[in-house]
Write a protein that binds this ligand. Structure first.
Ligand SMILES: [Zn+2]
Length: 370
């Protein structure tokens, strides 16, 4: 097995996970590929060696990937280093707070508070990737153990690979597009005190319907080999800039923002999809292509009227997109029939399914164009 393949493999198993969900590495993992200090270790050229052989130092530096259990001789920079008591193994858990450009690194099952704030540093010459770091300890009374929780504020969004050797834990920082072949940003419109539009009786808010649809969408996307970043999965206020900035910074393959519509005339109803034409010149697959596919999928599935595509360069989110971005308007909360459709859980699930189909088709079409 080559190194690149193993990286992909490790990345893939992370792909379904979200920023707010911790990813665990280390001793308690049950998979055959559990990290293997103290056991035989497979090198990236396929050779299996014993821990003693590694300790003798004949093989040079050996870093074991804490997820795949495979060792490499060299780390790709930039990376973070966390010093640990020599020879000890720990369970490590990562929480990617990508909206904050920060990473929480938890080291679990400690007997004492032997990790220090200074123990976290950058292992590469260019240390501008780490802007700020902190350390707090949690105490677990049940197991009378400590968890060291580092928070590292980084200069941008990264994807991660975790390695260890005898002396330290290493977190490689990757450009996400180098680790993941499909990157998607899903944006549930509005949130928190920004309720979006609402039904005429004020009983239903757009922000809630958007979020429900996105949560159903997530269930479908979790099964796919796609790295998905969600701008929110809770009822929280997020400004417009960070939503599209995330997608642009990630160089996401696709960005889909989910909304409901409104109008002064109660008759207005149906699906429409907005797209921008700025910053699209170099894209073989454009925002308009994505918008078209999403609209067709939504209309075909839901039987809601087709209001067509809307060019919307002055709509902030899509006007600023440098990647293919579509803002889907699922229906009108100000129209009785659309509202009836959109508030039903069954239909929210269906709408998620259609958007999902659109996304999958868009990925295929986009890849054909490469
Ligand atoms: Zn909206």
């Amino acid at each position: 097995m080559n190194e690149r393949f193993l990286r992909e493999l490790a990345a893939r198993s992370l792909a379904a996970l979200l920023g707010t969900v911790a990813v665990s590495y280390g001793l308690e993992m049950t998979s055959a590929a559990a990290p293997s200090f103290g056991k035989n270790i497979q090198l990236d050229n396929g050779r299996v060696v014993s821990a003693e052989e590694i300790q003798k130092g004949n093989l040079g530096n050996v870093y074991v990937n804490m997820e795949t259990g495979v060792a490499v001789n060299r780390l790709e920079g930039p990376y973070l280093v966390i010093d640990k008591p020599e020879g000890k193994n720990y369970k490590v858990s990562l929480e990617d707070l990508y909206m904050e450009r920060s990473l929480k690194i938890s080291i679990l099952g400690l007997e004492d508070r032997s990790f220090s704030r200074e123990g976290l540093y950058t292992g590469s010459k260019n240390d501008s990737c780490l802007k700020k770091a902190g350390l707090v300890y949690d105490y677990e009374p049940d197991s009378s153990s400590y968890t060291a929780v580092y928070e590292a504020v980084l200069d941008r969004v990264y994807a991660y690979q975790v390695y260890e050797d005898e002396k330290a834990i290493y977190i490689e920082l990757w450009e996400p597009s180098e680790l993941y072949s499909r990157i998607l940003v899903v944006d549930a419109g509005h949130g928190g005190n920004d309720i979006g539009t609402y039904s005429l009786d004020m009983k239903y808010y757009e922000k809630d319907i958007n979020l429900n649809i996105v949560k159903y969408l997530k269930k479908l996307l979790d099964k796919e080999r796609i790295k998905v970043y969600y701008t929110r999965l809770e009822d929280e206020k997020i400004y417009l800039n960070p939503r599209i900035d995330l997608a642009n910074e990630l160089k996401a393959d696709l960005f889909v923002s989910v909304h409901c519509n409104s109008s002064d005339t109660a008759e207005a109803r149906g699906c429409e999809v907005l797209y921008g034409t700025k910053n699209q010149k170099n894209l073989a697959f454009s925002s308009k292509d994505l918008a078209e596919i999403c609209l067709n999928a939504m209309v075909k599935g839901s039987n809601l009227p087709n209001r067509g595509l809307v060019k919307g360069n002055d709509i902030y989110i899509i006007g600023k997109a440098k990647i293919p971005a579509a803002l889907v308007e699922t229906g009108f909360l100000t129209n009785e029939k659309d509202l009836e459709y959109l508030i039903e859980e069954k239909n929210q699930k269906e709408m998620a399914e259609y958007i999902y189909q659109g996304i999958m088709e868009a990925f295929s079409k986009q890849e054909e164009n490469y």
